[in-house]
Design a protein around this ligand. Structure first.
Ligand SMILES: Nc1ncnc2c1ncn2[C@@H]1O[C@H](COP(=O)(O)OP(=O)(O)OP(=O)(O)O)[C@@H](O)[C@H]1O
Length: 300
């Protein structure tokens, strides 16, 4: 487990991270979201043991992480701005990481590169941005570390690759102790990948929640009523977060369990009613409102 306790970091007069406390559990995909400049990279770099917190502490499996080789062997960190030595091929990078991570699986790396249609003998300088991100992710998985810290690594990957990486993460979590942490400024990039999401805002941790728990308390329904009065009465009875109309269809996002909301809708005899899937952004509307913020002010 990664335990972050009351961690702060300033650069001169600028406080990048302010008294953040956070537990990142094992064997789940943790999404760290926040707008540009919220402090995600700074927090990840502290968690990777690259930056020393000004105050507070970060422990990885009960080991203090800064300046501690033993703790760092359990972490693979992918920066948002990866450096590759000139003329290096992907295979050269794998050999380089094998020196630091003794459990590095070179054969598996070659196999995964082929699966992802990447050529390990190709110079990295000729890779596209997305290909470099895929390469780093595969290197990170093959390093065999327990924790994989990814800074904006998923942003901009095409849907097929995203799906491939998502399946790879799921398979790793099933087969070994593996916990990826994915930082992104875009909630949509973390959609369908994370089990738990932490929201950073102006250097502070606004909330950290399990997605399944959040989904239990907020639902989106699509219904049709014969009479506008039924809709108006329903809106008064539900804890409504958002209402959209599309012709005669009404989409209501409300707080409550599925059974509670459905029961209230059924009382109004709708012509039609079904549950719609919620996006991460819709789920966060409710949570940020409880914390006293508007999601638009946090992300846009
Ligand atoms: N080395 C540094 N020196 C000075 N200021 C820094 C440094 N690193 C980060 N900062 C500042 O700290 C704040 C948080 O930056 P950070 O990179 O952690 O944010 P972020 O959430 O990762 O943003 P982004 O999504 O844009 O990558 C910003 O105001 C940034 O300018």
């Amino acid at each position: 487990m990664i335990e972050i306790k009351e961690c702060s970091k300033s650069f001169g007069a600028l406080q990048a991270v302010s008294k953040v406390s956070l537990d990142i559990e094992e064997r789940e995909v943790f999404g760290l979201v926040g707008s540009n400049g919220a402090g995600k990279s700074t927090l990840l770099r502290m968690a990777a043991g690259i930056l020393k917190p000004d105050e507070g502490e970060i422990r990885i499996d009960d080991l203090q992480v800064f300046d501690n080789e033993e703790a760092k062997k359990q972490i693979f960190y992918i920066s948002d701005d990866c450096y590759f030595p000139a003329n290096y091929t992907a295979a050269d990078m794998a050999s380089f990481y094998r020196l630091y991570y003794p459990g590095f699986e070179h054969q598996r790396f070659s196999k995964l590169m082929r699966q992802f249609l990447l050529d390990e003998s190709q110079k990295i300088s000729t890779f596209s941005k997305g290909m470099k991100k895929q390469l780093m992710t595969l290197l990170g998985i093959c390093a065999g570390t327990k924790y994989l810290l990814c800074d904006e690594t998923f942003d901009g990957l095409d849907p097929v690759v995203r799906q491939g990486v998502k399946s790879l993460f799921a398979a790793e979590i099933m087969s070994r102790d593996f916990s990826p942490v994915l930082a992104s400024h875009n909630l949509r990039e973390l959609e369908d990948i994370c089990d738990h999401v932490g929201l950073l805002y102006k250097g502070g941790m606004l909330l950290s929640r399990n997605l399944e728990d959040m989904k239990f308390h907020i639902h989106k329904m699509q219904c049709v009523f014969t009479d506008k009065k039924q809709e108006d009465a329903l809106k008064k009875e539900l804890d409504v977060l958002k209402v959209d109309h599309q012709g005669s269809l009404i989409m209501i996002t409300a707080r409550g369990t599925r059974a509670e909301i459905m029961a209230k809708i059924q009382e109004k005899n709708p012509l039609f009613c079904e549950v719609l899937p919620l996006t991460l952004e819709e789920i966060f509307i409710s949570e940020t409102e409880v914390a006293g913020y508007e999601i638009q002010n946090i992300f846009f």
